[in-house]
Design a protein around this ligand. Structure first.
Ligand SMILES: NC(=O)c1ccc[n+]([C@@H]2O[C@H](COP(=O)([O-])OP(=O)(O)OC[C@H]3O[C@@H](n4cnc5c(N)ncnc54)[C@H](OP(=O)(O)O)[C@@H]3O)[C@@H](O)[C@H]2O)c1
Length: 343
């Protein structure tokens, strides 16, 4: 098993000496960042008295005893269950929309983020802007993920820079709407190639890097972005899109079953309406995201609004952190209740 240092985390060897816990190594391996945070800025009113592992599945508590009071007052310290700090993350379709929201939130929470999309200038500009606005390191790796050559090229460039990948967010997607009798072949192929073929082969090509990051205590993660249109009957005539998203959800289950024993957890998020270029075209805003009244769309949603960065990113962070490490093969909606309230 590799140590925190070998995985590239900040570590503090003094910790090992300071804690007299028999299972300290276990704690150290699982929560190296937390250990460093807690000990580099220790609370003055408490002393680490005892650290123990409650069970062998990563549940650990640190017991604090108040200094000087000699009382029996003890507080249970919660490890940072939702940390994604220092996690190397690739967000496909990260140049705008939902992918950009996830990339921004991951940067804000200390992950190192790679984004990829076809239009190189847009991808580069987004990476630069996100880095400015949210800090950390955001790197642009443009490429066409609907084609194998494009996927190979992106993964090769990622491999040149990193020896592991902790989190893959398969978000890039395309949609097509047309009446049933006019629905063209290109509207079928483009959507399936991006949403299903691209997602599968990007995951396949990233597996060697994901395997490098995967441990029993902290699996590497794949989060696929599906859609509520892959669960309930869509309102639009977007036949290939809805079928592709149902495929994403099923592929998520199958990949999860195949990869869970390799300590790679695969899950999916099925978003409802989010204010992006893709939805803007569908609802008649002509691709505009800013300067349009999204509340018109939001009013039709059970929660009375469209989704936000916090909504989608919060769920992605859960699935990518310690908190989500026992959630496998699930498709979780992030839709304000639109599936729950559909007939
Ligand atoms: N917005 C919603 O309401 C909603 C609801 C449910 C599900 N979703 C899903 O959420 C995901 C993101 O959607 P969004 O609304 O944010 O869409 P969006 O605004 O159209 O963004 C799509 C992103 O994917 C990239 N992309 C498209 N085709 C690509 C390809 N062949 N190779 C690489 N990158 C590609 C785009 O950049 P380039 O064009 O430069 O390549 C862009 O960065 C999609 O999977 C979508 O199906 C969205």
């Amino acid at each position: 098993m590799r140590t925190g240092e070998e995985k590239g985390y900040e570590t503090d060897n003094k910790l090992k000496k300071r804690h007299l816990c028999p299972s300290n190594e276990f704690l150290f391996l699982n929560y190296p960042q937390k250990c460093v945070q807690e000990t580099s800025a220790p609370r003055h009113d408490v002393e680490w008295e005892n650290v123990f592992v409650a069970n062998s599945f990563n549940f650990c508590y640190a017991k604090f005893v108040e200094l000087g009071k000699h009382s029996n007052l003890e507080t249970v310290y919660m490890p940072d269950w939702f940390s994604i700090k220092n996690k190397i993350t690739l967000v496909s379709g990260g140049s705008r929309g939902i992918g950009e929201m996830i990339a921004a939130g991951f940067l804000q929470h200390g992950a190192k983020v790679y984004i990829t999309s076809r239009k190189a200038e847009v991808c580069d500009a987004t990476a630069e802007r996100l880095q400015q606005d949210y800090g950390g390191e955001c790197v642009s790796l443009p490429g066409d993920l609907s084609k194998l050559e494009g996927i190979d090229d992106v993964v090769t460039r990622l491999h040149d820079r990193e020896s592991r990948l902790d989190i893959l967010i398969n978000n890039a997607g395309a949609s097509w709407g047309a009446p049933i009798m006019e629905f063209p072949e290109i509207g079928w192929d483009k959507v399936m190639d991006t949403n299903v073929k691209g997602l599968f082969f990007l995951t396949q090509k990233c597996l060697p890097l994901l395997r490098e990051a995967a441990t029993y205590e902290d699996p590497s993660r794949v989060v696929n972005i599906g859609s509520v249109d892959g669960i309930r009957t869509p309102k639009f005539e977007n036949f290939s899109y809805a079928a592709s998203k149902a495929a994403v959800h099923h592929l998520t289950r199958q990949l999860a079953a195949r990869l869970v024993r390799e300590n790679i957890n695969v899950n999916a998020i099925a978003p409802g309406p989010f204010p992006t270029w893709m939805l803007s075209g569908g609802v008649g805003f002509g691709g505009k995201v800013d300067g349009v009244d999204w509340s018109i769309v939001g009013k039709k949603n059970p929660r009375g609004r469209v989704g936000t960065m916090e909504d989608i990113c919060g769920l992605a962070i859960y699935l990518s952190s310690r908190a989500g490490a026992y959630t496998v093969g699930e498709t979780i909606t992030c839709d304000g209740g639109s599936v729950a309230c559909s007939n």
